[in-house]
Design a protein around this ligand. Structure first.
Ligand SMILES: [Zn+2]
Length: 187
């Protein structure tokens, strides 16, 4: 067998076949949302959102945090207090709002939003007004709250498709060291 034939055969055997465990688009966009959530300073809830256009291009990313220019060391992060003004709720911007506001395209009409948590009613309003056509969420842990019930009503009325993401794997590991191993035979 000459060298040419040998290399052809090794191709067929699979050494140069494409990877099978690459991230599919929905997993990739949801992972981007989760990675962005790692930026959040909220001690109890880290949520990320990623907006994608019809060409599978990311046009906006956001995570929950205090508004621009408002010192997140001075504002409260607690979930409960005697005075609501001492909780985070009146101040914090949700991931969905930030993803829409951070858009790097003229608008987000017809886009899909990938978000870790089912959006609240306030974010549902923003999603609708921004022209987003579909929401892909991972968790729906506050399903029975009035905010989520109102949100479902609005999103449903506006004809926005909401779909729960069912991940094929439970974790995606980012290993900065992997670049040093790629291309080398694994022993
Ligand atoms: Zn919200």
């Amino acid at each position: 067998m000459d060298e040419m034939q040998q290399s052809k055969q090794s191709d067929v055997k699979g050494t140069t076949k494409k990877r099978e465990d690459y991230l599919e688009w929905p997993e990739y966009f949801m992972a981007v949302a989760f990675l962005s959530a790692q930026r959040s300073k909220d001690p109890s809830s880290q949520v990320g959102a990623c907006i994608v256009n019809q060409e599978n291009k990311i046009v906006g990313i956001g995570y929950n945090g205090m508004p621009n220019g408002c010192d997140d060391n001075l504002l409260p992060w607690s979930r409960s207090a005697d005075d609501r003004l001492d909780t985070k709720y009146p101040y914090v911007c949700h991931a969905e709002l930030n993803a829409i506001m951070n858009k790097n395209s003229a608008d987000v009409k017809g886009c899909i939003m990938y978000v870790a948590l089912f959006p609240c009613n306030e974010c549902a309003k923003l999603i609708i007004q921004a022209g987003i056509k579909e929401v892909v969420y991972l968790s729906d842990k506050y399903h029975n709250s009035p905010e989520m019930t109102a949100s479902r009503r609005l999103l449903d009325m506006a004809g926005i498709q909401c779909r729960q993401f069912n991940p094929k794997r439970t974790e995606i590991v980012i290993d900065f060291n992997s670049i040093n191993h790629c291309g080398k035979p694994i022993k």
